[in-house]
Design a protein around this ligand. Structure first.
Ligand code: MN
Length: 232
């Protein structure tokens, strides 16, 4: 065993539906602007290609957890998304081979400090302050790919305190799962443990302490996360 000079950080993991085994998370990649209606609500041109940003692996939060309201923001938004978990990877993966590299799928939330994201966008600064903060990637249990009929089809929705806020279908993704993997693998070498958040349908909105966010993708599963008071 390697002798480290500080305690080794814990491995970030995701639950697997119906199993006691965990999925180890290596990196979190996210797709920007992958649903037309969400692009319009954010005031952008739908003809722009999607792009990628990242979150740290330890941003994952398990189903059912309560997280502190994030620091610095007054406008923390929920973005419900399909999560794709890789069991293998490579460079320049072609779309027609891409699904061979997928371990499974889940539903997650790309929590976003919208005010800080927009401020950094205006200043042409990086997005980390808006996207890559602690607990910014709640994610439900993964369902092995063999049990998912079609990862590019199915209702995806999010309720806040019982009211439906986001409601779409995976079929509305501008770039489907295979195409996302193809594009991303041109930018970086993908590997087992990488997860990809694939973009959000319309209806993003602010959440506040006391809110309970419940999400579901038909045929894939559910997850919920509660927002607690800000950390002291
Ligand atoms: Mn997103």
């Amino acid at each position: 065993m390697t002798d480290y000079v500080i305690p080794q950080p814990p491995q970030a993991t995701l639950a697997v539906a119906g199993s006691s085994q965990k999925f180890p998370v290596r990196r979190i990649w996210c797709v920007g602007r992958n649903y037309e209606e969400h692009i319009k609500e954010m005031g952008h041109d739908v003809r722009d290609p999607p792009f990628f940003f990242a979150k740290p692996s330890d941003a994952v939060v398990a189903d059912g957890a309560t997280i502190a309201y994030p620091s610095l923001t007054k406008d923390c938004h929920h973005e419900v998304e399909l999560v794709v978990a890789m069991k293998s990877g490579g460079r320049n993966i072609k779309a027609d081979k891409a699904l061979d590299h997928v371990y499974g799928y889940g539903v997650g939330i790309d929590l976003t400090r919208r005010d800080l994201q927009i401020a950094s966008r205006k200043k042409e600064r990086p997005w980390e302050v808006g996207k890559a903060f602690d607990n910014s990637a709640p994610c439900g249990p993964l369902v092995p790919a063999a049990k998912v009929k079609d990862p590019n089809k199915g209702r995806i929705f999010l309720k806040n305190n019982g009211t439906v806020k986001q409601d779409g279908d995976l079929a509305q993704m501008i770039w489907n799962v295979q195409e996302i993997i193809e594009k991303l693998s041109e930018m970086v070498e993908l590997a087992a443990g990488d997860i990809i958040m694939t973009g959000t349908p319309a209806g993003v909105a602010a959440c506040v302490p006391g809110d309970k966010l419940e999400c579901e993708i038909e045929g894939i599963g559910k997850m919920s996360v509660s927002i607690g008071p800000a950390a002291k």
